[in-house]
Design a protein around this ligand. Structure first.
Ligand SMILES: *[C@@H]1O[C@H](CO)[C@@H](O)[C@H](O)[C@H]1NC(C)=O
Ligand SMILES: *[C@@H]1O[C@H](CO)[C@@H](O)[C@H](O)[C@H]1NC(C)=O
Ligand SMILES: *[C@@H]1O[C@H](CO)[C@@H](O)[C@H](O)[C@H]1NC(C)=O
Ligand SMILES: *[C@@H]1O[C@H](CO)[C@@H](O)[C@H](O)[C@H]1NC(C)=O
Length: 263
């Protein structure tokens, strides 16, 4: 009897309690990795991080996309300027809390950008918002525990809750930059930035040239549908200057993307 209860418990643990054996995990601990073909899925099942090939390309990139949006809409790319030539890529969180993308020769082709002082129990977690966050595993609620986050390094898409603009204390500028083409997420010609000269405004550039000014920040108000519950704001204070929008109704989906042709 005792023996069969123990067996039952073991069986239970094997099938239900080992996140490592399931594909539905949202985070990596130090030393853990995913390889091409595997994904991390956010806790609510809303976003995924994994490997993909854009358009007609056969090259492989590490990206983030929404699970329920079809066709696949990639909102962030890690190695946009350094593609993997085949599906031997591996994403690993190292002991210092740095995300490393390795190719088939174990060379690092991309890594997250943080000072590499030792970190206790770092964890890399994909959130439902689409933000991929590296933080101290033991104090996960404090924003200061964030070591690195993909929201600080936007590609061509602004998602709800993501800041477009400046952290004036650190000098970090978050801006959108277009893909080169639908087949190539490399840095393209167009950027959308917040210009701090004068009253802060959103400006679209082609290379170094200004091609449009939002004038007021309502220039991005085409995000989403009319009648949506979207709220948007421009925050200007001594620490930060940024634009952000929210979709309080979680059943709504909306992102703002800068296309390769600059629209
Ligand atoms: C892929 O290639 C086909 C055939 O050349 C072309 O019709 C299609 O538009 C391409 N799709 C993309 C996304 O580039
Ligand atoms: C994949 O690419 C890497 C580096 O470019 C190379 O070393 C490796 O042999 C390739 N693997 C396969 C299976 O082609
Ligand atoms: C890459 O590293 C892994 C883990 O350390 C090892 O098992 C594998 O043999 C290495 N591959 C190459 C090509 O060095
Ligand atoms: C990494 O940091 C350096 C120096 O702060 C910066 O120039 C570079 O753009 C950063 N790269 C990425 C991928 O964040």
């Amino acid at each position: 009897m005792v023996r069969s209860i123990i067996m039952l418990c073991i069986w239970f643990f094997i099938f239900f309690d080992l996140p490592g054996t399931s594909t539905l995990i949202d985070s990596l601990a130090a030393g853990q990795s995913i390889r091409d073909g595997e994904t991390l899925v956010s806790a609510g099942g809303i976003t995924k991080v994994g490997f993909f090939s854009p358009g007609n390309s056969t090259r492989r990139y590490l990206g983030i996309w929404y699970t329920n949006v079809s066709p696949i809409t990639v909102v962030w790319v890690a190695n946009r300027n350094s593609p993997l030539e085949n599906n031997s890529g591996v994403l690993k969180l190292n002991e210092k809390g740095i995300l490393e993308l390795l190719n088939g020769k174990n060379s690092t082709i991309w890594s997250s950008n943080i000072s590499s002082k030792a970190v206790n129990y770092p964890i890399a977690q994909l959130l439902d918002s689409g933000n991929f966050v590296v933080k101290y595993g033991q104090e996960i609620t404090n924003e200061d525990s964030v070591l690195w986050q993909s929201f600080d390094y936007p590609c061509d898409s602004l998602m709800p809750g993501m800041k477009l603009g400046w952290n004036l204390e650190t000098g970090l500028e978050r801006y959108l930059s277009s893909w080169r083409s639908v087949d190539d997420p490399a840095l393209g010609e167009y950027t959308v930035k917040i210009d701090l000269r004068g009253y802060p405004q959103i400006i679209k550039f082609k290379g170094p040239d200004i091609i449009s000014r939002a004038g007021s920040w309502n220039g991005l108000s085409t995000v989403g549908n009319p009648g949506s519950t979207r709220s948007q704001k421009m925050v200007i204070n001594e620490k930060e200057v940024y634009f952000e929008f929210e979709l309080p109704d979680r059943s709504e989906f909306g992102i703002s993307s800068l296309t390769p042709s600059g629209t």
